[in-house]
Design a protein around this ligand. Sequence first.
Ligand code: N01
Length: 583
Amino acid sequence: MPTAASQRVIGPKIRRIAVHKPLFIIFCRDTLKRHNMKATSLPPRKSQTVIDQDFDVLIVGGGVAGLYLLYRLRGLGLSAVAFEAGSSVGGTWYWNRYPGCRCDVESLEYSYSFATDLQQEWNWPERYGTQPEILKYINHVTERFSLRRDIRFNTRITSALFSRRKVLWTLCTDRGEIFRAPYCVMATGNLSTPQTPEFPGLDRFKGDWFHTGLWPHDEVKFSGKRVGIIGTGSSGIQSIPHIAQQASHLYVFQRTANFSLPARNGPLDPEIEQRHKSEYSARRKAAFNTPFGIAGYPPPEKSALDVSNKERLQIYEQKWAEGGQISFLYSFNDLLTNKASNDTAAEFVRQKIRKTVKDPIVAELLAPKSHPIGTKRLILDTNYYETYNRNNVTLVDVSNHAIEEITPNGIRTEDCHFTVDSIVFATGFDAMTGAILDMDIGVEDGPSVRDVWEHGPTSYLGLTIAGFPNLFTITGPGSPGVKSQMILSIEQHVDFIADCLQHLRSRDLVQIEATVEAEESWVKHVKDVADSTLYPLANSWYMGVNIPGKPKVFMPYVGGVHTYKQKCDDVVANGYTGFIMSP
Ligand code: N01
């Protein structure tokens, strides 16, 4: 339960209204019904408990974002509680435990910057952190700053309702509890709703099946087993070489070939680490002046079409040898905006695949042709293409012969049956909006987020949604989050929110809401920027097309971290332009 300190209120204008439990539950249900929200997601009446203590802020999510937000709010003397569906902290790094899971951003970048001692003391063993190593780091941060005590684990938020009259968010949990606070922050992550396609027959499959994004905590052994893996995005491409080493046979079901570059992972050179750490604060600052939020890559000045074939090839070869996706995309200044330039980089990678994979038919199937390179997440791998030279690995092309059903002992495509003992779904996520739309979020006598987002997500800066006061989304759609060094973007959003709450408190204001005009103009800007790039040419999760029925809208802001941060800073410097604040 919250401590006395945590019961402090944020502003003198907020009044706590005692709500009688039965009345409150009726209110909650009826309001949800009015807005056509799913009443079934409310917990059963008899088990519902009003948590009779008020908080200043309710946080949904105990991942990297929720943890830093707890830390910041505590520093401001605000009371907050975070709700986490998992049994511990870590968010994406808690759930994604599949073999080979590691970050595709370098360890020295992918960490918090808010505590100098922390970043100096923590040692990363490898150039790219493994999932266990990153989870260990997140747990370390949690203990170091005593954050665990303000997190309710194994608790999923099912609904959130705002009362304008009371200036109060009311959140219901799947454990039948109700929490209230004037502010609510969705720190729900962008890739936290795993997507398993509805193949007929899965319920009759006699073997084991797993989703990479919901991997068991106990070790999964594939030795001696015939395994089928469906999906060749980042999760599939990272896990395939590892599963292939164990399985008696691995069938890879590929619908779309993806571009992957060698990570060139290895032990972190202590000299590089030391140098990086000695420049940490300058590097972190400089990162905000870059498109992807990572410093150290000089911006390219030339177009891929402005150099000779020989020079272009030399540059690509050098980047290929270095490893890393930003480095590669920084070969030239127009790889993401000019199709002809992009084609040169795409063809370079296709040639590498053809040279690596011995069977020319398999190589051609693995060589991506459906989208410009970099318009889907550019993947980093270790020995991915080499894995197809093993005798125990078969690539099954399901682009023309789709998977029709799961049978009791295997996977049936339109033209063949594959007998397998285990199936791995590396089929991705309902990205960016899935976790938010899984909850019934609404405003009394107003629409729900589901209504407002029916044709695609809308937001002001990816931080707030017009019509939903005192609700914030961390790295939500319309922000550069997923197209950047995620932790940097998370810290920027958390700082924005914490500073905003402090601003309100210092002026005896309690309510903040984005204007419809500001939101419309931002949504248009996000779209215009995306349309000036090649991104919309790919059927990616950025566009929502991986989820049947999801509106096709390009969701992230791709104008770059530098442009975005400047915009946010200007909004604040000009007195929170685009927002209405009220007492
Ligand atoms: O998911 P994905 P992911 N039949 O959506 C296929 C981050 N991440 O979990 O392309 C057959 O990329 C689907 O095929 P298609 C990273 O941002 C980061 O791999 O739709 N196939 C695709 O091949 C990444 O982008 C890291 O035709 C089906 C695959 O499943 C994001 O998470 C590691 C199918 C899904 O690929 C998501 O990556 C892991 C069907 N019915 C993840 N349905 C690192 O930091 C889907 N597919 C390295």
